[in-house]
Design a protein around this ligand. Structure first.
Ligand code: GLN
Length: 301
C-alpha cells in the first residue's frame, strides 16, 4: 500500500492540483476514509486558502514546495482518521461557521433537524425562554440565537473545555450577550429557573450504547470527547435523566426536543409513557430515514 504522496507514483508526476488531489484521494480511500474525494478537496482548499470549488478551475496550478508540505501534513492527520473539522479547525452548521476542536463533538448535519424542529415550535412566540443542555461547540444555541433575537437563551455543558469553546464561538459570532453560558451537569446550573417557566429545552445528549461506541469509526472513537457520546450501557442513561428532570423546568405548554440514536425511537416512546404527565408527541427522522429527533410535551399542554 502506498505510504506517502511521493511514494504513490514511482515517476513522481508534477504536483499540480489535479495530480495531487488524485493521489490524495487514493491515500485517503486506502485509509478507510468515507468520503476520500471530498476530504482531499477540503484539505487542499484549506491549505491553498481557496473555496473547494476553485480547485476545479485551477487543476493545472503547480503547488509550491511549502504548499505541498503543508498539504502532506494535513493529509497525514486525516489518514490517521482525525476528523476533518478538527484538522481544519471549523465546520459549517446551519447558517453558522463554528470553530471546532477536540474539546467538543463535531456538530453533525443531522442535528440541523433538531434546530428546525425548535424553530417550528418557537415560531410566533415573542420572547421564549430556551435552555440547551450539553451545548458542546454551542451549535444549537447559537443557531437559535442568531435567528431569534428576542429569545432568552441559556446553554450549559458539564465539560469546562467544551464550554470554553462554546464561549469562543459565541464571541466570534457576536452572540455572547445573547446566550447565558453556564457550567454543570444537566439541570444543575439552572436551578434558579426551576418552577416551570421554560418554553423549550433542547439537547443533543450522549446516546451511544457501549456497544455502538466500541463499533464507532475511529474519527468518533479515538478523537471526539467520550463524555459527549457515551450514553451508558444501553445508550439511554443520560436521556432517562433528562426526561426525569425536565418536568421541573418546563411550563405546561413547553417542549423537550432532543436528538436520539438511530434505533432509539421505540425506547424513548416507552420512557415518555412511563413518565407522569409526559407524552411522546413526535419523532423526526434524518435524511437517511433514521429516528433522529424526539419531541416530548403534554398532549393537553
Ligand atoms: N451522532 C453521533 C455519532 O453517532 C453521536 C452523538 C451523540 O451521542 N449525541 O457519532
Amino acid at each position: 500500500m502506498p505510504q506517502t504522496l511521493a511514494e504513490i507514483s514511482p515517476f513522481r508526476s508534477t504536483s499540480t492540483v489535479g495530480n495531487v488531489l488524485r493521489r490524495a484521494e487514493e491515500l485517503l480511500a486506502a485509509a478507510g476514509v468515507e468520503n476520500p474525494r471530498r476530504d482531499a478537496e477540503a484539505l487542499l482548499a484549506h491549505c491553498l486558502k481557496v473555496e473547494p470549488w476553485r480547485l476545479l478551475l485551477e487543476r493545472e496550478k503547480v503547488l509550491t514546495p511549502g504548499e505541498e508540505a503543508e498539504f502532506q501534513t494535513l493529509l497525514e492527520a486525516r489518514r490517521a482518521r482525525r476528523p476533518l473539522a478538527y484538522i481544519r479547525g471549523w465546520t459549517g452548521f446551519h447558517d453558522l461557521i463554528l470553530a471546532c476542536d477536540p474539546r467538543a463533538l463535531v456538530p453533525r448535519p443531522e442535528t440541523e433537524i433538531l434546530v428546525e424542529e425548535a424553530f417550528r415550535f418557537l415560531a410566533g412566540k415573542g420572547a421564549p425562554e430556551v435552555i440547551e443542555i450539553g451545548c458542546g461547540t454551542g451549535a444549537i444555541a447559537l443557531a437559535l440565537a442568531r435567528q431569534l433575537p428576542g429569545a432568552v437563551l441559556g446553554a450549559s455543558d458539564i465539560s469546562p473545555a467544551a464550554l470554553e469553546l462554546a464561549r469562543d464561538n459565541a464571541a466570534r459570532l457576536g452572540l455572547l450577550e445573547k446566550v447565558d453560558l453556564r457550567l454543570g451537569d444537566l439541570f444543575a446550573p439552572w436551578t434558579d429557573r426551576r418552577g416551570g417557566g421554560v418554553d423549550l429545552v433542547v439537547a443533543n445528549p450522549p446516546y451511544l450504547s457501549r456497544q455502538e461506541l466500541a463499533a464507532a469509526p475511529p474519527e468518533v472513537r479515538e478523537f471526539e470527547p467520550r463524555l459527549a457520546l457515551d450514553g451508558g450501557e444501553d445508550g439511554l442513561e443520560v436521556i432517562r435523566r433528562l426526561i426525569e428532570e425536565v418536568a421541573g423546568y418546563l411550563q405546561p405548554s413547553g417542549r423537550l426536543i432532543f436528538e436520539i440514536g438511530a434505533g432509539q425511537g421505540a425506547a424513548v416512546r416507552r420512557l415518555a409513557g412511563e413518565t407522569e404527565g409526559w407524552d411522546f408527541l413526535e419523532l423526526a427522522r434524518d435524511y437517511c430515514g433514521r429516528d433522529r429527533v424526539a419531541v416530548f410535551g403534554r398532549r393537553d399542554g
